[in-house]
Design a protein around this ligand. Structure first.
Ligand code: ADP
Ligand code: MG
Length: 397
């Protein structure tokens, strides 16, 4: 689960990280007063969407003005003008895709005098199973580009969970960022604070781009992104409250209501599978036969007929889906339950796309019988390979 920049800054501030003073605005009328409450004299008006690249982004609507999603205002009145232009408009950035994202919230922040822009992030390094910091002097820019063109400018510092974050970690990062004097000292406090925030809140990603050194020589978090492990949210009510459903894929929201693991992808073959490992294998074999999966969907071990019905409905309402592959290995999950779910869902929403079903395991005969007697146009498959071939053929003609 991701949160907005202003929320990430609040979280980081509560752990002692230095952030600017700012105000959240959702209605244009509130903007001028919000800016007036800040010290000024420069105000930065920032569109809050769950995507980066806002500064270089463009609004779809001409009324939103020429500027991107991060604008410098020289007075509270100008900040209010920018907020009014951006609110409700659609911002397209490198990360939003062509459709862009509607701006519903604005963050007005005090402007800073920037000396240098640095890059700092923390993530779970799956290779080492540790939290790692990534630091670079090339802040403010697209870090993927830096990684590609000048990888030597990116320094990774892994933290051993047995020791936790130690002073030498912070010193190495300060050095990698080229910090001296007061800023280096502040880095010595910032790194353990970020590590603590990351661990205590079960974050999966923390990205500060840019972390700046001000003209006065102080470190400041100027942009912040945070993502959290969805499986740990049950123990972080404060973080869960920060969820903004309007930023999420509507189908993923629906899936989470039914406790289904669903991730929307760009291909055209919808998959319904039980078990994450089998779902991955199913996606792999679809790719192997030359097509792309439209989603990852794990209905889980002990799904009910209702859950299967909802899962099937989610797949069929995706306009990108041109064919469906159901791949079930019945263990705890019974094949007849899956079959009943499919039949119920098709009765409700209809079925226009080719449907290939591979059932195996507990109650497989009963499941096959239900499907065969349903009168639905279903292509049965004997094994995973056969199923993948059949659905790819059906879609590609
Ligand atoms: P994004 O990464 O989505 O484009 P940022 O918050 O990083 O958004 O802002 C883009 C750029 O705008 C920053 O790299 C920085 O140069 C400038 N900027 C952002 N916030 C401020 C601020 N409070 N004061 C001065 N400049 C800012
Ligand atoms: Mg940024």
């Amino acid at each position: 689960m991701n949160i907005h920049e202003y929320q990430a800054k609040q979280v980081l501030k509560s752990f002692g990280a230095p952030v600017s003073d700012g105000r959240v605005v959702t209605r244009a009328q509130e903007a001028e007063a919000a800016a007036n409450a800040l010290p000024g004299p420069v105000y930065v008006v920032k569109a809050q969407i769950h995507a980066g690249g806002r500064g270089k982004g463009k609004f779809k609507e001409p009324e939103a003005g020429e500027g991107g999603g991060v604008r410098l205002a020289k007075s509270p009145a100008e900040a209010a003008k920018f907020a009014k232009e951006m609110l409700g408009a659609t911002l397209v950035t490198k990360q939003t895709g062509e459709t862009g994202k509607q701006v519903n919230t604005i963050y007005i922040e005090n402007g800073s005098d920037i000396e240098t822009e640095l890059y700092l992030s923390a993530l779970v390094d799956r290779g080492t199973g540790r939290i790692a910091f990534i630091a670079s002097t090339e802040g403010g820019m697209n870090i993927e580009e830096v990684a590609e063109e000048t990888p030597e400018k990116i320094v990774t510092v892994g933290i051993d969970p047995a020791t936790g974050c130690m002073p030498h970690h912070a010193r190495r990062i300060a050095q990698a960022l080229g910090l001296k004097g007061a800023a280096a000292k502040q880095c010595g406090r910032l790194i353990p604070a970020l590590y603590k925030a990351f661990v205590e809140k079960d974050a999966s990603l923390l990205e500060i781009n840019p972390l700046i050194v001000t003209k006065g020589g102080d470190l400041l978090v100027l942009d912040a992104k945070m993502g959290f492990d969805p499986n740990a949210l049950f123990r972080h009510e404060d973080i869960l409250e920060l969820r903004d459903i309007s930023e999420e894929d509507p189908m993923e929201v629906k899936a989470s209501e039914y406790d289904l693991s669903y991730v929307k992808l760009d291909g055209n073959i919808g998959c319904m599978v039980n078990g994450a490992g089998l779902a991955m294998a199913t996606m792999d074999i679809i790719k192997h036969y030359g097509a792309e999966p439209a989603n990852f969907l794990d209905v889980g071990g002990g799904a009910t007929k209702e859950k299967v019905t909802e899962a099937f409905k989610i797949i069929t309402t995706d306009p990108g889906v041109k064919g469906i592959l159901v791949n079930i290995f019945g263990g705890i999950m019974r094949c007849d339950i899956i079959a009943e779910g499919i039949v119920a869902a098709v009765k409700e929403v209809g079925l226009e796309d080719p449907l290939v079903v591979r059932l195996e395991g507990t109650n497989v005969e009963k499941g096959k019988e239900i499907l065969a007697n349903s009168g639905l146009k279903i292509t049965p498959a004997d094994d995973l390979e056969d199923a993948a071939k059949k659905v790819v053929e059906a879609v590609q003609g």
